[in-house]
Unconditional design. Sequence first.
Length: 447
Amino acid sequence: MKQRAVRTLLGLTFSAVALGLAAPVALGVGGCGGDDKKVNYPPKAEGDAGPQSGLAVTDNKGADVAVTDVTSGLTGAAKEAYERGFKAWLEGDIAGAKKGFTEAAAADPKSPMPHYSLGVVLERTGDLSGAQQEYRAAFGAVPEHDLSIAAYALSLANSGHAGEAETFLNDKKSKLPSSPRVLTALAEVKSLQKDHGTAQTLAQDALRINPDFKEAMVTVARDHYRARKMDLAKYALKAILDGFGESQPPRDPANAEAHLIRGLIERESGQRAAAMKDFEAAFAKRPDMVEVLVQLGSMRLEAGNAAEAQPLLEKALRYSAQNPLAHLNLGDCYRLAGRVADSKKELDTALAQDGTLAQAHYNLGLLYLFSPSVPGASANEQVATALKELETYKTMRGPKAPPGTSDDIDELINKAKAKQNELKNAAAAAATPPPAAAGADGGAKPK
């Protein structure tokens, strides 16, 4: 059976009507999403490892855009190059994928698929301008190519241009009123803008056009998750993944993004075994989904299985080198494996990509404090750097550890200071000349 990379643009979405649920149920139609009962949800967390472990931090971004193996209309050299690019993508060979899709686009510039998939690859490498240019080339060649329209809009929104994305999609919506994907992309943009009521309404509208449109199903759930309406998110996810008995079977039990979101919810609530099961299900369906790879890797790292976490995180970075959390966690894997230079490189990269990652300073502090030696640093420089990194972490963290976590930062800073004093005392002792040797009778030795 041919392996596929699922084309997923939006992540978590869906609707009561589309899932075969009674209209008044928790998901509601329009408005703010139905049964909006008051629940004390936990605060949004970056991860549940806690700084005391020095291991993992995870994030909560939505789904990744994946390339597609749809080659309809491609022939000859264009098809051959595209298939080469797709095969490279499945192997995590991003350079090979870029080469194949570039050649396919050159061989058949009027086909949207090579431009779309090349855009995905460029976005993963951090070339947003190039990616957006390819998406525009795709829907420029075929104006109704809503896959590239949605990808372009989400690229804009996720890079801080949500208003521009909204204007663009509203224009496309007027030209393609029957496209559920355009509506779903607009719902996602509104969700990112925290306009959850409008996001729900748009996703519901997409599902009225096509009750089986899975991307809209997942967007409903993801928007509830973003809004911290966990009961509604779980209800939506259950409808997608499990269903409600024979009369209401699951709509898409293998949906990778639905498994991802449910795994995130389970992880936040401390249901680690259930979260791991959902992340593994998502990985089985979408081996190119960076978020899933990072989640699985971080959980194995937290459990002390750095050797099992390492290949997952390395694979995540093959698919997206612009992922600071993957660099952060991989850096800690290398630290635990004694690969000091590699660890420092990954942690420095994580900070270069995201200077707000306090955990990277914590992990660098551990690296400099406890490694036998760090290339290019003397013993004094090493302990001074350890102290600097740990104090930077404490400053960024604030006066207290985050709620629900314990923190050994004060103990580590004291250890660094003690080690610094030991080195100073040893240096002072080495610089002090030895006392004059005594004579045989106990007096001063004659000259």
